[in-house]
Design a protein around this ligand. Structure first.
Ligand code: SAM
Length: 255
């Protein structure tokens, strides 16, 4: 095969550091019968060690040259190749109890995380390599500068855990940014107390739309003075000061 030239538009930075690859696979700890779905297998850095640990692997890849290469290398018995855009992919078609993994293309990682959050019911866990700055936002706590919409919406739906940092030299070509690996485990239905998840999403979006402004301004039309008092939330606080549970209480108040 001729050498694949990495395509920037598909965020192609291929993992080459064997130590990091082994650490990621060890963190995933795939077992034979697991339903593992890899997003963006690329040249197979994670794919090969995953395949050596499971009976069958699902992959979602957008680059048709890489798909052709995967088709030549792997039988349908061992690998199901879903050619196309992971952002538009219906993960529920694969089944349930999914273990989703990937060294994600950084240019689409945030919308992809929101897309995947829709399938949390069908997922056992997810392990992703992301731009470190995105992982910082995912795990940020109230009061942190990085605490925002991504933190609240993902922490509402998942237990999140920062696993390891990965420097640019671990990739070919090296990206301009640092990376990190994060684990997301869907919370049990009993832990999800938003009565209307769409309303929670709307409240969070509105509260963070102007993050330096006080909640009495950003939540105008959502929560009045009486509402702030009833919930014991300071109207002079900012969105970044609230706990995830506070956003849920606000969203539930009139739902
Ligand atoms: N997993 C490989 C590795 O670790 O070396 C490749 C990782 S590379 C950062 C991202 C991979 O995702 C590439 O194979 C790229 O073609 C693929 N990709 C990019 N955009 C995609 C999309 N929207 N849907 C599915 N795959 C995509």
């Amino acid at each position: 095969m001729t050498k694949h030239i990495p395509r920037r538009r598909f965020g192609q930075n291929f993992l080459v550091d064997r130590g990091i690859i082994a650490a990621i696979v060890a963190a995933i700890d795939p077992r034979l019968g697991d339903t593992v779905v890899e997003i963006g297998p690329g040249l197979g850095a994670l794919t090969e060690p995953l395949l050596s640990r499971v009976d069958h692997l699902h992959v979602v890849e957008i680059d048709r040259d890489l798909v052709a290469c995967l088709r030549r290398q792997h039988s349908p018995q061992r690998m199901t190749i879903h050619e196309g855009d992971a952002l538009a992919f219906d993960f529920a078609t694969i089944g349930s109890d999914l273990r989703v993994v990937g060294n994600l293309p950084y240019n689409i990682s945030t919308p992809l995380l929101f897309h995947l959050a829709n399938y949390a019911d069908a997922v056992r866990d997810m392990h992703f390599m992301l731009q470190k700055e995105v992982v910082e936002r995912i795990v940020a706590l109230p009061g942190d500068a990085d605490f925002g919409r991504l933190s609240v919406m993902l922490q509402y739906r998942f237990h999140v855990e920062w696993l390891l940092d990965v420097p640019p030299e671990s990739f070919d070509p090296p990206p301009k940014v640092d990376s990190a690996v994060v684990r997301l485990i869907p919370k049990a239905a009993t832990e999800l107390d938003a009565r209307d998840p769409a309303r929670l999403e709307k409240v969070v979006q509105q509260a963070f739309s102007q993050r330096r402004k006080m909640l009495r301004n950003t939540l105008r039309g959502v929560l009045d003075a009486e509402g702030f008092a009833a919930l014991g939330i300071d109207p002079g606080a900012r969105a970044e000061d609230l706990a995830v549970a506070d956003f849920v209480r606000i969203a539930n108040r009139r739902a």
